[in-house]
Design a protein around this ligand. Structure first.
Ligand code: UT7
Length: 329
């Protein structure tokens, strides 16, 4: 048994900040940001929350799949920007959409999160544990962004994307994913919990809240070098494992972090840029939401055809990276 994506959805906040808005906060320019990252604007959750965006994206994915919420057995939310610690975002989404019978939990693996959540759901569905799963990536990164740090605030944005997976008959070909982690390099991209007041849990020290380590901190060059090396590698591994050739792949749906990273991956794989769709110019880096948002856009634009093989590839904090092959419904 394997599973197939039978519906997608996304939610993007309407409030936008373009590069000139960012240049009013830190010393930077529209030209620098576009040239070094490809980002032109990002959408910011003002009235939305991580849960409200996730629930909206989930509802749209279910509508696309034509599946009622009562039929969902599993809800998996990938996020690093939960609104609250408890209850988990997935349980809140369950409540919002009325998926009464679902088992719900969150997964935290930053920008590789959607690929890992997809793999997790696939494993459950392939084993016959569940039949229908909702896999969601939702992020309010603006809450974790240090708006005084030009090394990071230029990059990130908010949004949510979702996919409905359904178990399908054994005749359909199953693809195995490849994933990796390297915890020894975790310092390259970090963010302390707002609830660890310098280790003095229970003794609230409000002045510690503004410590820079409570926002995302990144060694941009280290992450860049890691991405351009590891992403083509893991794509090569997943193709080899599944005995696929690059000319059998219609699109590579990469985590949307930086245009230069996407271009470098295409170059290393010796594949044309047309196979690497991008929307980071509009949304910036939305961490675990970026892959499902892009997938949903392509689905709704009619760019995906039945039988096409796609590679999903994520990379980010942890460090973590991984790739999965999907065959479009
Ligand atoms: O989701 C996964 C996690 N994140 C990523 O994938 C991000 C990976 N990294 C990157 O995308 C890039 O490293 C950045 C976009 C963050 C930075 O680009 P870069 O080309 O690596 O710049 P840099 O840090 O090497 O800095 C080059 C220069 C420096 O000036 P000097 O020393 O050459 O005079 C920086 O001070 O650009 C300067 N700089 C800026 N200038 C204007 C750094 N940030 C900015 C800025 N505006 N925002």
């Amino acid at each position: 048994m394997t599973a197939t994506i039978c519906g997608t959805g996304s939610y993007i906040p309407s409030y936008t900040m373009d590069n000139n808005d960012i240049a009013r906060l830190v010393e930077t320019s529209d030209e620098w940001i576009r040239e070094r990252t490809g980002v032109a604007r990002r959408h910011i959750a003002k009235d939305e929350t991580t849960v409200s965006m996730a629930a909206e994206a989930a509802g749209r994915a279910l509508a696309d799949a034509g599946i009622p919420p009562e039929e969902v057995d599993l809800i998996l939310v990938s996020t690093i920007s939960s609104d609250v610690i408890l209850p988990c975002a997935a349980c809140e989404v369950q409540k919002e959409i009325g998926a009464l019978h679902a088992t719900c939990f969150d997964l935290s693996a930053a920008c590789t999160g959607f690929v890992l959540a997809y793999n997790t759901a696939l494993a459950y569905l392939s084993q016959g544990v569940y039949r229908t799963a909702l896999v969601i990536g939702s992020e309010s990164l603006s809450n974790l962004t240090n708006w005084k740090d030009r090394g990071t605030c230029i990059l990130f944005g908010d949004g949510a994307g979702a996919a409905v997976l359904r178990a399908v008959d054994p005749e359909k070909r199953a693809y195995l994913p490849v994933t990796h982690s390297d915890g020894s390099k975790g310092a390259a991209l970090s963010c302390k919990s707002r609830h660890d007041y310098n280790g003095l849990i229970g003794k609230i020290r409000p002045e510690a809240m503004l410590d820079e380590s409570h926002y995302m901190q990144m060694d941009g060059q280290a992450v860049f070098k890691f991405a351009v090396k590891r992403v083509p590698e893991v794509i090569g591994e997943v193709l080899k494992l599944n005995r696929l050739d690059t000319d059998e792949i219609a699109y590579y749906i990469l985590h949307q972090a930086n245009k230069r990273i996407v271009e470098a991956v295409a170059k290393r794989l010796n594949e044309p840029m047309e196979k690497f769709p991008m929307n980071l110019q509009e949304y910036g880096n939305t961490s675990s939401a970026s892959i499902p948002i892009l997938l949903d856009e392509m689905n709704r634009e009619g760019r995906l055809a039945a039988g096409q093989k796609l590679v999903l590839a994520g990379f980010g904090a942890g460090l973590t990276w991984g790739a999965a092959v999907i065959e479009w419904r």
